[in-house]
Write a protein that binds this ligand. Structure first.
Ligand code: FES
Length: 152
């Protein structure tokens, strides 16, 4: 790891700066979301730029974004040096597309919540009109109509 030694933080520093527990940091590290190195005394040290990654993980979790999705966008960042402005722009673009899909899914859910979503339950009067005899079941499991609306 090519990092200025003055920009290396102890795990205690990172916990204090991010509010994320040491065990969570270890977990994120095992998942490849963040990286650390070892100093001369074999103590774990985090490059300062990991604070930004960790903050994004915290926000993503709050928004219900899966860690695997976070890992996918982080995989576009360099792991052995601080990301450049261009790197963050690239990540931002990739993430923007994911967030746009989530926003559309939430809007669709909001709009379709009181109507038939094609799940096969036929529990509402509307379903008898919109999904008579569970006609949508050959199209797949789950809320077929809702999933289709999100994809389109
Ligand atoms: S809401 Fe379940 S089949 Fe319509």
């Amino acid at each position: 790891m090519l990092v200025d030694p003055n920009d290396l933080l102890t795990i205690g520093d990172v916990v204090r700066r991010t509010g994320v527990s040491a065990s969570a940091l270890h977990f994120y590290e095992r998942k490849g979301l963040i990286f650390s190195g070892r100093d001369g005394t074999n103590q774990r040290r985090y490059p300062r730029h990991m604070l930004r990654r960790i903050s994004l993980i915290v926000v993503a979790k709050r928004l219900g974004i899966r860690l695997s999705d976070v890992a996918a966008v982080f995989s576009t960042l360099p792991s052995h040096h601080a990301p450049t402005h261009k790197d963050w722009q690239r990540l931002s673009l990739a993430w923007k597309q994911q967030l746009e899909e989530r926003r559309r899914a939430i809007e669709t859910l909001e709009a379709e919540l009181t109507g038939c979503i094609g799940c096969g339950c036929l529990s509402m009067k509307a379903c008898l009109l919109l999904n008579p005899d569970d006609a949508l079941s050959p199209q797949g499991p789950g809320p077929v109509r809702l999933q289709r609306a999100v994809r389109e």
